[in-house]
Ligand binder design. Structure first.
Ligand SMILES: *Cc1c(COP(=O)(O)O)cnc(C)c1O
Length: 255
């Protein structure tokens, strides 16, 4: 990955087409669910994608937004702090809104915070406290989402559903942080009903927390759920942020 590397025109056109297809899927899913398409934003999951291709996707997106100002610009989501730090400096001129969507070790908090406006992967009070300490003197708090393991699969990150409300209330009370909502990686299954049950449980959790009356919980409306394979199911259940990687960038090598 170098600063001089650029994507070809063909590559840019391909990314533009795939991005348009994803936006079309989101719009159709919103339509089917009776939702305003502007209520769902698209986050590009850019793990393993080099900065030149991320730049090409962001440039294609900017052109689409210019052509149709009703569209909201895409966001960027990185899983690994190492990739954030490597690509961040190459994209600063485009100023993408960037979220961390992967696990965060406490020794990498400072490096991550330089590049992200939201940490979607808060799964413990220890991590939330560490973030809070680093953000306590900010004028604008750091947005955080509580990541929930709705499927209960042991390989998945996120707090267990049964512990999620208590964690959310604890996070919401910490200085320097704004609890903005919830994130999950859905069940990997060809059965949309099974996948949807997990997403419905995240939406129900969100409703419980937002109406709890606990300090700092009233902004927690975001539902980051749905990926390339199941974004329609997620939108049906109230997703406000879908995280899309392979549908735009193609298949990737395993992490
Ligand atoms: C990779 C990844 C995505 C996107 O997955 P695709 O199936 O490629 O769309 C979304 N969320 C997280 C947390 C990811 O790691």
């Amino acid at each position: 990955m170098t600063v001089t590397e650029t994507a070809s025109d063909d590559e840019r056109a391909l990314l533009a087409d795939r991005l348009a297809a994803v936006r079309g899927r989101v719009a159709a899913a919103c339509d089917a669910a009776g939702r305003d398409p502007r209520s769902v934003r698209v986050l590009l999951a850019t793990k393993t994608v080099d900065a030149a291709r991320v730049r090409a996707a962001l440039t294609a997106d900017a052109a689409a937004v210019e052509a149709d100002p009703s569209l909201a610009p895409v966001l960027i989501g990185e899983n690994r702090v190492q990739e954030l730090v490597a690509k961040g400096p190459e994209l600063t001129d485009l100023a993408p809104v960037t979220h961390l969507i992967g696990p965060l070790q406490s020794n990498k908090v400072n490096a991550a915070l330089r590049w992200v406006s939201c940490v979607e992967s808060v799964e413990s009070v220890a991590l939330a406290r560490r973030l809070s300490e680093r953000c306590a003197d900010r004028t604008v708090p750091l947005d955080v989402l509580v990541q929930v393991n709705v499927s209960g699969e042991p390989t998945k990150h996120g707090v267990a559903l049964g512990d999620a409300a208590a964690l959310s209330v604890a996070v919401a009370a910490l200085p320097g942080l704004r609890l903005a909502g919830f994130m999950t990686v859905g069940l990997r299954s060809p059965d949309p009903a099974a996948v949807g049950a997990g997403y419905a449980s995240l939406a129900a959790l969100r409703d419980d927390v937002v109406t709890s009356g606990e300090p700092g919980t009233s902004d927690a409306r975001e539902l980051s759920m749905g990926m390339s394979g199941d974004l329609e199911v997620a939108v049906r259940h109230g997703a406000t942020l879908v995280r899309v990687g392979s549908a735009v960038f193609g298949a990737r090598p395993p992490l």
